[in-house]
Every structure is written in C-alpha cells, then in structure tokens.
Ligand binder design. Sequence first.
Ligand SMILES: Nc1nc2c(c(=O)[nH]1)N[C@H]1C(S)=C(S)[C@@H](COP(=O)(O)O)O[C@H]1N2
Ligand SMILES: [Mo]
Length: 315
Amino acid sequence: MPAYHPPRIAAGEITPESIFLNRRGFLAGAGAAGLLAFGSSVPAGAAALKASESRFSTDEKLTSEDDVTAYNNFYEFGLGKGDPKAKSGKFKPTPWTVKVDGMVSKPREFGLEELLAFPLEERIYRMRCVEAWSMVIPWAGFPLAALLDKVEPLGSAKYVAFETVVRPDEMPGQGGFFQSLAWPYVEGLRLDEARHPLTILALGLYGKTLPNQNGAPVRLVVPWKYGFKGIKSIVRITLTDKQPPTTWNIAAPNEYGFYANVNPAVDHPRWSQASETRIGEGGFFGANRRPTLPFNGYEEEVAKLYAGLDLKANF
Ligand SMILES: Nc1nc2c(c(=O)[nH]1)N[C@H]1C(S)=C(S)[C@@H](COP(=O)(O)O)O[C@H]1N2
Ligand SMILES: [Mo]
C-alpha cells in the first residue's frame, strides 16, 4: 500500500508538545499509548480528544491548523472562505443528537456523548475540494460502518442519506432574503461507499473537538470524493433504497453529480480538475500546483467500488 505509511515515531519521543510539532513537520502518531493528549494548548470551547493512530493515515505534510480552521466552505455561515470562522460564534454544537432512521431494524438517536464513546482514530487524510485546492487534515473520528452496525440496516437498504441542522438564528447564511442553497444541506452515499473503512464520522481535528466552522460537533469525511460530500453538523442519517438528493446536484446538476469522486479526467464545466493547489504552500496559479490523483490518491482502496461504472457519465 504505497499511499500509506505507519507512524514512524517511537513512543519514547512523544511529549504533548511534540505530537503535532515533531521534527518531520507532520504528525506521525502518538506512539504505543495510542493517545493524543492535549493540555494547555486547547483553546476555550474546544475539548481535547483522545484518538488512536491509524494505518489509514498519509504521512504528507499537514496543512496548518490556522489554514484548516480559517479557510472553509460552510454556506450556512456565508459564501466567503472566512465567513464560517467569523460568523459561527453563535452556533451551539452541544447538546446534540443524531437521528438514525429509515430502512434499519433498530432506528434510534445517538447523543453526542455516545458518538464520542466510539473508539476514535486519528486519520490524516488528503482532502480535495472541487474548487481545485487541497489540504492534509488530522481528523479524529470513527468508521461510519460502526454506527450503521448498531442500527442494523435492512437488506433492502441501498443508500445512506445525510442532513445538516437548520438553525437560521445561529447560522446567518440560512437567514435573510437571499438564499444561497436550499436548506437543509443534504448529501448521500451508496451503502457500500458508506461502509468503506475510509469513510468516517469526524468529531475532531488537530486533537480537539471540531470547531464550528469545520462542522461541529459531527461531520462526514470521505477522502476520495470532493469536499462537498463531507456534510457538516449532521442531525439525521437515513437508510433508503433510493438514491438520495444531494445539495450541489440540486443547485447545479450539470456541474455536480451524485458520485463526486475526485477524477482528474473529468473537468468541471467551468475549470480543469487535472491539478490542485495545496493550501498554505502559496501560489494558487503558480508553480506549486500539483497533479490531482484519481480518487484523490485512494484509488487502490476504493476503485473496486466502481468496477463497471462509467465514471465520466457518473461524475
Ligand atoms: N452543511 C454543509 N456541509 C458542507 C458544506 C456546506 O456548505 N454546508 N461545504 C462542503 C464543501 S464544498 C467542502 S470543500 C467541505 C469543507 O470542509 P472544511 O471547511 O472542514 O475543510 O465541507 C463540505 N460540507
Ligand atoms: Mo468544496
């Protein structure tokens, strides 16, 4: 598996300060204890999260925490990249429950405390936005499959639909006269995509609970798909036998399909998808553009999910 390398830092080298600041400049894992422990560095409002290291992490250089939390897409808080951080201060991610229903034997709600009680793993993933920029983010989360197992999907279930909270009083992009998107923001996956081990529900990043702008308190992360699949601030997950509607497909069906697999061979109607800019490395149009990889570099793990599917027609 050339795309992945196990963490290479020895347990004895780990101190809390070194966890995100080790000599190589990327997070290599938390050693034999398998813990991320943050003390003094946790700002108010964020709680430290413990997560074990994962074989699914990339060893690419991390995007800085400042960039990960200040350059965001979260239209519920506005259209600008700085809006989610600047305008999400009123949003209250606790208390929180996620309702899981539809074609399952055991529909139920999960409180945030129950979600945090799943064994959390740190997953350092390459992330690729459809806007042709990318980041490397240390998420903390657990496989969505573990949650689905608890509700026992029926044999007839073929897809999983997701829904973001609607709170115009706390989310300024949802209020007012001009509506950028139809709310709630919705997304969907095929059941086999949802159950793939790379697909996680994330509860944290950089060793702390998610900041509001990144989708607090719980969001989806699907690293081989464009970022818009990673629906934030989820309140409902529904198993269904019909392909679910997705927000960007509703907004612009010729530009955004259901699958949204990162595919450098299928250009967006208005720009190329062949290359990308890594945020923080400078020069959006400069020499720092790097080629975009099929399935965002996760081809070896996920290409088999799409055997026989025409990936140009099913974009
Ligand atoms: N509810 C909701 N989820 C969303 C979005 C949004 O506008 N609303 N934007 C998507 C897009 S386009 C991207 S690229 C990612 C960005 O996640 P990040 O800000 O944590 O990097 O969130 C996705 N999830
Ligand atoms: Mo995006």
